[in-house]
Structure formats: structure tokens, C-alpha cells
Design a protein around this ligand. Structure first.
Ligand code: NAP
Length: 489
């Protein structure tokens, strides 16, 4: 049984309290932590947004959200009432003076507590909110700020946001969240690598043939079309989630699990990524946009229909081949692909080892496949180590490729917390290990920007793909021309 240690008493101020993120993710996550006994009496959650609501109206809204987003078995009437009791609401337009005094007054009642400002609002408001809390004296030594992605849309804008945040908060107070890092499997990747002696000796170019990272979504852009059309898959997924995963696979062992030790090693990988620019971008990257097709067995519209435009140069799919210029990884490609309207919702990392140097088995024994380690982040978090075994039974020698399968849901009969549950409380604890440091975010943009610029300069049209397929055929060619294939379970 895991021992859960309560966190210090806090005031969590959620800007964007009526939004999708707050209702669907943040409130259910904090509810679960209360239910598990990690939230001390007296802690408060203060919602801030423009809508004119009383505390009780807001509580009614969150009661509905919990009803909608909590699994039936996790609903506990008494805990829901206690949770709603923690809520306060301040109606404020952050660009307007009117609401701030009430927020200040509320927070002064708990001046000694840990105070966290969670910016669950559009990125255009980050600067204004930071300046707002700074100028009104709301930042105490025990204060932290949580910034949702995206931090900027390129290096220049990320620097501007970081600069504005840095005027009010020290870097130790800034928590740039990438919820992928809160997933069990992602942390397990570090435990597999650094808590076992088995993998580390093989974790290099002598034994690893290549790495694949796939983040697939079955959904289209839906109601997020307006935002998405200014962003695209490279900015929305590759710059943050996928590069973070790549860093965790590729980084050198940090000397401890302390935040800066881990982040220093991730940063070295981002800096060692071989630049993709100019004509090379058309060779090692593929970008696509979905046309009408199918999703979950039903007809699905194309991207342009969804966003209501005749044309758009925004990619809803990217595949690329990244390389890391260092001793450990030289010559080992990292293939990344992500897209909307793919056949399955899946996030996984595949470490494909090299084949054996020589087979001693007769030809009719079957093919000796190379080992693969597959870490699945969603939907069913778990680890599969593919190995060769003898096909059981009498008769001649036959070999078979099978997974040693550790599905976390089957292996541990416990509830698997959502990534936000861990991350929200890490903020209160002041633990930044699973959050991105300023230089990491900027280094990621420094690698991403030239890819975008090369795409714009070349004018190569986006490759169409049918909704419900694994992207344009060029994405398959990208890996197959190197004699490899995308992993299929
Ligand atoms: N939704 C997700 O799953 C998700 C996942 C990852 C990252 N994010 C990021 O999280 C942020 C929020 O996303 P969301 O999907 O929750 O957006 P959303 O549903 O549009 O919510 C935005 C929130 O901001 C409030 N707001 C807007 N203007 C305001 C102002 N001037 N002053 C005070 N409050 C204001 C809105 O409430 P009022 O209209 O009542 O003011 C609403 O509560 C975005 O940066 C997004 O990129 C979201």
C-alpha cells in the first residue's frame, strides 16, 4: 500500500476557473487528492474568471463537472461536499481593476500558506496575469505559478513570455507544465533506466537500432479549430510532449532525481539535436493534413470542413527523423510521428534493439526478430519487452517473438491517478523535477523554428491523408527507406 503524505496547506488560485481544463482536469484531480487524504483542512481553491458567479454558483458548476468527469466508482458524496467547501470564486477580468481587490482580500486571509497561481487561460493572458499579481503584491516567498503549454509559438515569443514571467517570479517559482511528464509510464521510464542494471549497458548506439515515438489521436480539431489553425502538430505536440519524451529516453543518467540534475541532462539532449533546416527538411520530415474519412467507424469530415475554410497550410500530422549528435546516440535515428484523426489513440515509445549478430537456428525455425521495449503512455499504461522464445510444444525447433507484458492496470490493482494529480501537488511541494525549465523550452523552440521556416520557404504542399489512416504514405516511406517499419502491436 502506497503511503500518501499530505502536502502543506495551500491556496490554489485557478485563473480560467470556468474553462474546459479547470472543469475537466484540474478540479477532478484536486478532488482525488482530497479523497486520498493529501489535502489538509483549511486549504482553498480560488476560481477566477470573468463570468459573474457567486461562490455557490461556482460550487454548483463544479458539482456538475465532477458528476460529469469523475468515474462513477470514485464519487463519494461526503468528499464531494468537503471539496466544494474548499471552493471560492472571484469574478474578475484580469485586464480590469474591478475584481483584483476581492482576490487580494481573500488571499490575505492565508498569507502564510503555499500559494499557487494556475494560469488555465489562453497564453495571451499569461503576461497580464503575472504583471497583475506582481503589481498587487500577491507574490509571497511561498508562491508559485503554473503555466500551461504552449509557452510561446516560436523562440521569440517564448522568450517574451518567459521574460514577463521572470519579472515577477524567480525561476524556482515557475512551473511550466507538460502533463505527459506526470504520466506513470514516463516516470517509469526513468525507473526502468536508472533503477535496473539490465538496460543501461544496452542503451546506446552499439545495441539500439532506432527509437520510435508515436502520439496518435483519433479526434479531429473539433471546437479548437481556431486555435489549432494558428498552431499545428509541430508546435502543439512535437515542441513539447514529444521532445520531452525524446529527452527522457536519450539523456545521460542524472546524478540524482533532483529537478535541476534531471533538467540539465534533458537540456544537453535538446542542444545536441542535429538541426533540420533548408532542403533537408523535405527529406527528413513529412507533414500532412487530413481529408474526409472515418473515425471510430463513423464518417468524419476533413480538416478544412471542420475549421470552415477553403485552404490552410496548417499540418495536422508530422513525422520526422531526428538525430542526436553525441557519443551515445550518433547514428541512431529517433523517428517521431504525431497526428489527429489517426486510427487509434495511442502514445508510445519503442526502443528497437539491434538484431542478433548470427542465428544458430535452422531456417525453418522462423525469423529471429530483434528485441523491442515498448512503453505505452496511453491508453493502457504499461511496458512490453518483446523477446524471442521457443514456440512451446513438441516437434522441431521453432522460435517466436512474444511480449513480456506488464500492463499496469493488471499488475497493480490500484487506481491509476491522472497525470494532473501528481503535478498539481508537486507544485505545492515545490518539486520542479517534472516541469520544464526556461532554457529547456527555449532550446526546444530553437530546434523547431528552423523546421517551420524551411517548410515555409520550400512551399512544398501538405500531403493529404484520409481521416482514420496512419498519415500520408510518405510517413511510411520515411522509415521504410531506412529498412525499418513503424511498430505495430
Ligand atoms: N483544455 C485542455 O485540455 C488543455 C490541455 C492542455 C493545455 N491547455 C491550455 O490551458 C489553457 C486553458 O484552456 P481551456 O481549454 O480551459 O480554455 P477555455 O475553455 O477557453 O477556458 C478559458 C478560461 O479563461 C477565462 N478567461 C478568458 N478571458 C479572461 C479574462 N480576461 N479574465 C479572466 N478570465 C478569463 C474563461 O472564463 P470567462 O469567459 O468566464 O472569463 C475560461 O474560464 C490554454 O492555454 C490551453 O492551451 C488546455
Amino acid at each position: 500500500m502506497t503511503k500518501l503524505i499530505p502536502v502543506p496547506c495551500f491556496d490554489y488560485v485557478v485563473f480560467g476557473a470556468t474553462g474546459d481544463l479547470a472543469r475537466r482536469k484540474l478540479m477532478p484531480a484536486l478532488y482525488h487528492r482530497l479523497r486520498d487524504g493529501q489535502v489538509l483542512d483549511g486549504s482553498r481553491i480560488v476560481g477566477v474568471s470573468r463570468r459573474d458567479l457567486s461562490d455557490d454558483d461556482y460550487r454548483a458548476m463544479i458539482r456538475e463537472a465532477l458528476d460529469q468527469f469523475l468515474p462513477e466508482e470514485d464519487k463519494d458524496a461526503e468528499t464531494i461536499d468537503s471539496f466544494l467547501g474548499m471552493l471560492r470564486y472571484v469574478a474578475a477580468d484580469v485586464g480590469d481593476e474591478a475584481g483584483w481587490p476581492r482576490l487580494k482580500e481573500l488571499l490575505e486571509e492565508g498569507a502564510d500558506r503555499v500559494r499557487a497561481f494556475y494560469l488555465a487561460v489562453g497564453p495571451d493572458l499569461f503576461t497580464e496575469i503575472c504583471a497583475g499579481v506582481g503589481s498587487r503584491g500577491l507574490v509571497t516567498p511561498q508562491t508559485r505559478v503554473v503555466i500551461e503549454k504552449p509557452v510561446g509559438k516560436d523562440l521569440a515569443s517564448a522568450e517574451q513570455v518567459n521574460e514577463a514571467v521572470g519579472k515577477v517570479f524567480t525561476e524556482e517559482q515557475v512551473f511550466r507544465i507538460d502533463h505527459y511528464l506526470g504520466k506513470e509510464t514516463v516516470q517509469n521510464l526513468m525507473v526502468l533506466r536508472f533503477g535496473n542494471v539490465l538496460y543501461e549497458p544496452l542503451w546506446n548506439s552499439a545495441h539500439v537500432d532506432h527509437v520510435q515515438i508515436t502520439v496518435g489521436e483519433t479526434i479531429g480539431v473539433g471546437t479548437r479549430g481556431g486555435y489549432y489553425d494558428t498552431s499545428g502538430a509541430l508546435r502543439d505536440m512535437v515542441q513539447n510532449h514529444m521532445l520531452q519524451l525524446l529527452c527522457l529516453v536519450a539523456m545521460e543518467p542524472p546524478d540524482s532525481f533532483e529537478a535541476n540534475a534531471v533538467r540539465d541532462e534533458k537540456l544537453k539532449i535538446l542542444k545536441a539535436l542535429k538541426p533540420i533546416a533548408g532542403d533537408n527538411a523535405d527529406i527528413v520530415t513529412v507533414r500532412g493534413q487530413y481529408r474526409a474519412g472515418a473515425a471510430n467507424g463513423n464518417p468524419a469530415p476533413g480538416y478544412l470542413e471542420e475549421i470552415g475554410k477553403d485552404r490552410s497550410s496548417t499540418e495536422t500530422f508530422v513525422a520526422l527523423k531526428a538525430e542526436i549528435s553525441n557519443w551515445r546516440w550518433a547514428g541512431v535515428p529517433f523517428y517521431l510521428r504525431t497526428g489527429k484523426r489517426l486510427p487509434t489513440r495511442v502514445s508510445e515509445i519503442v526502443v528497437a534493439f539491434k538484431p542478433i549478430p548470427h542465428s544458430i537456428f535452422p531456417k525453418d525455425a522462423g525469423t529471429v526478430e530483434a528485441n523491442r521495449l515498448v512503453l505505452r503512455l496511453q491508453p493502457d499504461e504499461g511496458v512490453k519487452q518483446w523477446i524471442m522464445i521457443k514456440d512451446p510444444g513438441p516437434g522441431g525447433m521453432r522460435v517466436r517473438h512474444v511480449p513480456l507484458d506488464m500492463s499496469f492496470a493488471d499488475a497493480f490493482k490500484v487506481r491509476h491517478p491522472d497525470a494532473y494529480e501528481r503535478l498539481l501537488l508537486d507544485v505545492v511541494r515545490g518539486n520542479q523535477t517534472l516541469f520544464m525549465r526556461r532554457d529547456e523550452v527555449e532550446a526546444a523552440w530553437r530546434w523547431i523554428d528552423p523546421i517551420r521556416e524551411a517548410w515555409e520557404a520550400s512551399g512544398t504542399p501538405l500531403k493529404p491523408y484520409v481521416a482514420g489512416s496512419w498519415g500520408p504514405s510518405a510517413a511510411i516511406a520515411l522509415i521504410e527507406r531506412d529498412g525499418r517499419t513503424w511498430h505495430e502491436d
